[in-house]
Design a protein around this ligand. Structure first.
Ligand code: SAM
Length: 218
């Protein structure tokens, strides 16, 4: 019908549909590239370009003495961090944790310590390796990138993190993970952390895969 009452028209425009279609293609392209093609020394570096450069800035600024990475995959991201640490002449112990040991393919000359861990057993693991966690030197950079029992991992490690240490919860662009890790009852909103908007908004407001999920312990 050509002529219609004002109240019958919703706030809608095909422009938004075009943008949504473009956005979907853009997200799919980055996901596919980071899962399948983004490499460091032949290993998978599963980071979008904005996230990777935010890590590069954080490592330079924070100068971590300890990195804890939950979610190793084949080791590409931890190897990239080790090489970045070396290039900056920093000293840092890197621990990376994953359920799947077979996939890990770190080079023999790397000092990265791989630990086989099913995240669901984190409390038992911490009991066994208490010395490791108690002895961690700050600043710590902790990365949750395994997406299984993320809240359990964060709560279990929290007592070992000190004021000024950093925690990144990756892939919170996924709204399910965002709500679960940040806003659920046992999410980080009820813990002693604040969002570092300098890094979250480095390339524009939350322009990375990590939405409001780069935290500094208070
Ligand atoms: C997204 S990948 C990690 C990517 C890597 N951090 C990077 O940036 O290249 C997620 C990893 O979580 C691991 N994972 C899945 N379930 C797990 C569990 N229950 N416990 C520990 N690790 C798990 C998978 O084996 C996989 O290697």
């Amino acid at each position: 019908m050509r002529f219609t009452k004002i109240e019958t028209r919703a706030f809608a425009t095909t422009i938004f549909q075009f943008l949504a279609a473009y956005l979907k293609t853009y997200l799919q392209k980055i996901k596919s590239a980071k899962w399948n093609h983004h490499k460091w020394k032949g290993l998978t570096l599963m980071k979008d370009p904005m996230t990777l450069s935010i890590y590069m800035m954080m490592i330079q600024d924070i100068k971590p003495k300890t990195i804890l990475e939950f979610g190793t995959y084949d080791g590409g991201s931890s190897l990239w961090m080790e090489d970045t640490i070396k290039a900056l002449s920093l000293v840092c112990n890197i621990h990376t944790f994953d359920i799947n040991e077979e996939r890990v393919n770190l080079p023999n000359d790397s000092k990265i310590k791989f630990h086989q861990l099913d995240n669901h057993n984190i409390n038992q693991f911490i009991k066994e390796y208490k010395i490791l966690f108690q002895g961690m030197e700050s600043p710590v950079l902790m990365i949750e990138d395994s997406h299984e029992n993320a809240n359990g991992i964060i709560r279990a490690l929290d007592p070992f993190l000190k004021s000024g240490d950093y925690l990144i919860i990756e892939d919170t662009l996924d709204e399910v993970k965002y709500k679960q890790t940040i806003h659920s009852d046992n999410g980080i909103r009820n813990m002693n952390y604040e969002i570092d908007t300098f890094y979250c908004d480095f390339w524009g407001v939350n322009n990375s895969w990590n939405v409001n999920s780069i935290f500094k312990k208070k």
